[in-house]
Design a protein around this ligand. Structure first.
Ligand code: GDP
Ligand code: IMO
Ligand code: MG
Length: 423
């Protein structure tokens, strides 16, 4: 298969989990490299639904090496819960999962600060998942973070945690929030540390050895291009690099080892949380929500929905070097009579064919649409390209061409088998 980075080409929740599961069949190693348990990756196998938050989706296939890389921020208590849940469902973890010793920790003060800052922002809030992701990455950048290797050394953890709780309780007090109890946090997190210790390793060396052996490595992106801290709709973004570069820094695997980048995108657009979404459309949202679709996998919030935005996906292709596309949720458009595709933006009298850097300019942009006739037929039973209605194939070719990458995979349902490989 070669070494493949998979990224979300929109605002997250593109169906990355499902496509990772499909691609894992021919992978040896699956690595998460950024983000934390703000991610929610859904995989359906034989009618059973799994939602992964920190653990690479590859864990659901037998004997795949799964790595939580150095770039991920790990809430140890949440990870232990996830591992226990997976074990209870019969998934083998021991021997298959490896946790980077240099991954930074998410601690209760990060979660509390995330909530307090959102509350203080009022109507200007980001709409975060309140998992403490922003404050954890802020500590990492400020060089005040605690890492997995601190967690598994009791004396060191105790001393560092005490100092961090002291400082953060001061900040929480300024927000009018309750201070945290050192003992409570310490005991809970140390217990998680003991549970996780057998999984902790130097994942940079592990991945280097895998690359030397010629193993196929699959990098499981979390979030999406427009949530990237550098390339997204700042400040309405997450706090990591969700674009392809993040996979290298977050794993220690160098760029020249990467053979291809796959971009995952829905056949339409969704976003959860605040921030501009030029092609947002209430009718599409109502239709999808009425079908029971497009509710967040992590927070359960209804996702905002809109038409396919080719200006956005073209930008995603540029910043991640997307070679191949996986288009998911085609079946969501089965009953739409006339489909719109956003091909440009209008900002006052100016026509733009790229995403403006200033989020206020983006919020002003009006989408320019091209229209295509819908196929008005179910696609969820199709297993081959030829079995898709001609108009569906036209639509797929149009969005892939506008994005500027090769259409490789089409997904017509959440199940593994509902996947079409485009020759
Ligand atoms: P991720 O975060 O990118 O992994 O995506 P999520 O799991 O958060 O959200 C994608 C949703 O779409 C999940 O509920 C998937 O089960 C579902 N899904 C993925 N591909 C398809 C598809 O082709 N058709 C349908 N109906 N659902 C899909
Ligand atoms: P997956 O991997 C969709 C969004 C939040 C919010 C912003 C910042 O499942 O695609 P954060 O908690 O990260 O500080 O929130 O980013 N967000 C996601 N949206 N999918 C995700 O992950 C997301 N992770 C974060 O809704 O707008
Ligand atoms: Mg998701």
């Amino acid at each position: 298969m070669s070494n493949t980075i998979l990224v979300g080409a929109q605002w997250g929740d593109e169906g990355k989990g499902k496509i990772i599961d499909v691609l894992t069949e021919v992978a040896d190693v699956v690595v998460r490299t950024q983000g934390g348990n703000n991610a929610g990756h859904t995989v359906h196998i034989n009618g059973q639904k799994f939602i992964l938050h920190l653990v690479p989706s590859g864990i659901l296939r037998k004997n795949k090496v799964c790595v939580i890389g150095n770039g991920v921020v790990v809430d140890p208590v949440s990870l232990v819960e996830e591992l226990k849940d997976l074990s209870n469902l019969g998934i083998k973890i021991k021997g298959n999962l490896h946790l980077s010793e240099t991954a930074h920790l998410v601690l209760p003060y990060h979660r509390e600060l995330d909530s307090q800052r959102e509350r203080a922002k009022g109507k200007n809030k980001i709409g975060t998942t309140k998992r403490g992701i922003g404050p954890a990455y802020a500590d990492k950048a400020a060089r005040t973070g605690l890492r997995v290797l601190d967690l598994i050394q009791p004396e060191r953890f105790k001393a560092k945690l005490a100092e961090r709780i002291r400082e953060n309780n001061g900040i929480l007090k300024a927000f009018g929030a309750e201070p945290l109890s050192f003992k409570k946090v310490h005991d809970q997190y140390r217990a998680a540390g003991d549970y996780l210790k057998p999984f902790v390793t130097n994942t940079v060396i592990l991945l280097h050895a895998a690359a030397q052996r010629g193993d196929n490595i699959l990098f499981e992106g979390a979030q999406g291009t427009f949530l990237d801290i550098d390339h997204g709709t700042y400040p309405f973004v997450t706090s990591s690099n969700t674009t392809a570069g993040g996979a290298c820094t977050g794993s220690g695997v160098p760029p020249h080892r990467i053979d291809r980048v796959v971009g995952v995108m829905k056949a339409y657009t969704t976003r959860v949380g605040e921030g501009p979404l030029p092609s947002e459309n209430a009718e599409i949202a109502d239709m999808l929500h009425a079908m029971g679709r497009e509710f967040g996998a992590t927070t359960g919030r209804p996702r905002r929905c809109g038409w396919f935005d080719a200006v956005a996906t073209r930008h995603a292709r540029i910043v991640s070097g997307i070679d191949e596309l996986a288009v998911t949720n085609l079946d969501g458009l089965d009953s739409v009579q006339t489909l719109k595709i956003c091909t440009g933006y209008r900002d006052g009298r100016k026509r733009l064919d790229y995403i403006p850097s200033d989020v206020e300019a983006l919020a002003r942009c009006e989408p320019i649409y091209t229209e295509l006739a819908g196929w008005m037929a179910p696609t969820d039973q199709a297993t081959k390209w030829k079995e898709l209605p001609r108009r569906a194939r036209d639509y797929l070719h149009t969005i892939a061409d506008l994005t500027g990458a090769k259409l490789k995979i089409v997904s017509v349902g959440p199940g593994r088998e509902q996947t079409i490989f485009v020759e």
